[in-house]
Ligand binder design. Sequence first.
Ligand code: PTJ
Length: 243
Amino acid sequence: MIPPDHPRYHSLVTRERLAKCMLQGIVSPEGLTAHGRGEAFDYFLGERTTDSALLAEKIAAALLLSAASPVISVNGNTAALAAGGIAELQRACGARVEVNLFHRTEERVRQIEDMLRRAGADVLSGPAERLLPLSHDRAWCRRDGMFSADVILVPLEDGDRCEALVGMGKSVIAIDLNPLSRTSRKATLTIVDELTRALPSITRACGILSEDERRSLLAGLDNHYLLSEAIREMTTRLSHALD
Ligand code: PTJ
C-alpha cells in the first residue's frame, strides 16, 4: 500500500505497476533494470520535459504525420507504462502499432498485443518473419509493418535494431532518457524525455501542427544539437544540485 502523500508516490506506483506486469509476463525481468536506468537519467533531467525535448516531440509529430507508412514499435515496458498513450498517438497520427520484443516468446507477444487492444489500439497481427538484419529476436517483424515502414517510433530501444533500421533507409525516432546510449546516437531523432510525458506531447503536437510548421520542423532536424542540449540540461542541473 503506497500512501498518496508519499513524496515519490508517482515513481513508486509506476514501479509497482511494472513489477505486477513482470509477474504477469508482460514486462521482462530485464525490463525492471531498464526502468531503473531510465529513472536515474530522469533525476538528472529534473523529471520534466525540457525545451529541447519539447522541440524533439514536435519534430517527431511532423515526421509521423509526413510519413507514408509510419509504425509505432511496442515492447513490454512501453505497453506496461503507456498502452493508452500508444492508442491515442495512433489515433492522432494514423501509424500502425506492432509489437517487437528483445526477450521474445509467442506468449509475451500475444499478452502485449491483448493489452494494447484493451487500451484501444489497433494492433498489427498475423505471422511475423525474420526480416531485419539482426542475429537476435528483434529481427522478427511483419512484412506490412516495420519491414515496409518509412518512419518508426521506437520507445525504450535496446541498441542495434535502431542502427539496422536506419541502415535500411528508415527514419527512426527514439524515446530514450539516456542521451549517451547507442540508440540515442544512431537514431534519426531522439527524444530525451520520459515515455509517459513524451507520448502525450507528440499526440498534442499531431493535433495542432500546420503544414508549414511541419515543413520547417523537418528542415531544422539536428539530432546532434538535441542530444547536446539534453546533456547540457543534465550537467547544468548536476552542477547546481546542492545549491
Ligand atoms: O520487452 P522486451 O523484451 O523487448 O525488452 C525491453 C527492454 C527495455 C528490457 C530492452 O529493450 C532493453 O534491455 O532496453 P535497454 O537496453 O535497457 O534500453 C532501454 C533504454 O530506455 C535505457 O537507455 C533507459 O535509460 C531508457 N528508459 C527506461 N525507462 C524509460 C526510458 N526512456 C524513457 N522513458 C522511460 N520510462
